[in-house]
Design a protein around this ligand. Structure first.
Ligand code: NAD
Ligand code: UDP
Ligand code: UDP
Length: 317
């Protein structure tokens, strides 16, 4: 029988990169954790170390189907996050975001449970405003290759706010900017995992375009701390709230840093820039600072060092 005083938390997409770190932190906070995942991009390996914990339960479930469980809080993270994965089956990506949001909101409504949505900086598209504050409505191509993800996540935000207004559901919507760290998928094509794997293999570092486009990279532990603070914030704090690290780097700078930290002999090689690739991205985190007293602590160089150590041990030991 479950302990009556424990909070029961559902994490969808819990066997993924961010989800596995979140499950870990929730268990540390003495919660009962139910992890639901269809293993499309996540894996049981990511949570293997939690399986022996009696307060952790792993279930195979696709969020596009209804789910009837009893929980106190829901974190909805289920969705492939990297461009090659979400473009692999774009229709399924939209379904996961939209039908997944409807099902999880329906579940939250039945239980009157607080529900958290992992939205994304991609809702800003290729932004015409820099850095991006939450008030910016974005610049998304509705019919481009990134639209299945961007518009799916935008529609999910709409659903969250309509359930909030229409059904008084307690919601927390976060817009995550590029995050990296241990347990990133080695083949998901995201820039940090690509560069590290290429550097460790001694292969060319593939910089798309001239490498002058920028991104801001947040270390996973900082992000998860932000999730927990946001979930614990008063009900009036619904978001959407940007979470990310405002340090901004060009892809050339990132490539050079990875080469230096891995002491790799790899050289930079340029490849064509993918369609609709945003030119710049940096979060304005004024709101998160004020509302959650949160800001990232781990500088890129330190976080890359920890991530490189993970990739080395996991794939090159
Ligand atoms: P990830 O691919 O590692 O994790 C996503 C998880 O969702 C995987 O375990 C996958 O198997 C699961 N999943 C996919 N479709 C599902 C479905 N239909 N039903 C059940 N499970 C399903 O990616 P991540 O980086 O951990 O991203 C987690 C969430 O955060 C995603 O919603 C993503 O959009 C969002 N996000 C991530 C970043 C980032 O930089 N990592 C940035 C912005 C937003
Ligand atoms: N749902 C679910 N678990 C629940 C309750 C609802 O998965 O515990 C799903 C169900 O498939 C439903 C969706 O959530 O279609 C939306 O539920 P809601 O109550 O908002 O709408 P309705 O049931 O009227 O379609
Ligand atoms: N990128 C790159 N080389 C790679 C992978 C990505 O230069 O091997 C670039 C990509 O074009 C983009 C940036 O790195 O400008 C971030 O790409 P990622 O797919 O990690 O995230 P997103 O574009 O979704 O922010």
């Amino acid at each position: 029988m479950r302990a009556l005083n424990k909070k029961r938390v559902l994490v969808t997409g819990g066997a993924g990169f961010l989800g596995s770190h979140l499950c870990e932190r929730l268990l540390e906070q003495d919660c009962d954790v139910l992890c639901a995942d269809n293993y499309f991009t996540g894996s049981r390996d990511n949570v293997a170390h939690l399986l022996g914990n009696p307060h952790f339960e792993l279930m195979r479930h696709d969020v596009t189907f209804p789910l009837y469980v009893e929980v106190d809080e829901i974190y909805n993270l289920a969705c492939p996050a990297s461009p090659i994965h979400y473009q692999h089956d774009p229709v399924q990506t939209t379904k996961t975001s939209v039908h997944g949001a409807i099902n999880m909101l329906g579940l939250a409504k039945r239980l009157n449970a607080k529900i958290f949505q992992a939205s994304t900086s991609e809702v800003y598209g290729d932004p015409a405003v820099h850095p991006q504050p939450e008030e910016y409505w974005g610049n998304v191509n509705t019919i481009g290759p990134r639209a299945c993800y961007d518009e799916g996540k935008r529609c999910a935000e709409t659903l969250f706010f309509d359930y909030h207004r229409q059904h008084r559901l307690p919601i927390k919507v976060i817009r995550i900017f590029n995050t990296y760290g241990p347990r990133m998928h080695p083949n998901d094509g995201r820039v940090v995992s690509n560069f590290i794997m290429q550097a460790l293999k001694g292969e060319p570092i593939t910089v798309y375009g001239d490498g002058s486009q920028t991104r801001s990279f947040c270390y996973v532990d900082d992000l998860i701390e932000g999730f927990l603070r946001f979930m614990a914030a008063p009900a009036g704090v619904t978001g959407p709230l940007n979470l990310g690290n405002p340090g901004e780097f060009t892809m050339i700078e990132l490539a050079e840093m990875v080469i230096r930290l891995t002491r790799s002999a790899s050289r930079i090689e340029h490849r064509p820039l993918p369609q609709d690739d945003p030119k710049q991205r940096r979060p304005d985190i004024t709101k998160a600072k004020a509302l959650l007293n949160w800001e990232p602590r781990v500088p890129l160089e330190d976080g890359l060092g920890r991530t490189i150590a993970y990739f080395r041990n996991r794939f090159f030991a």
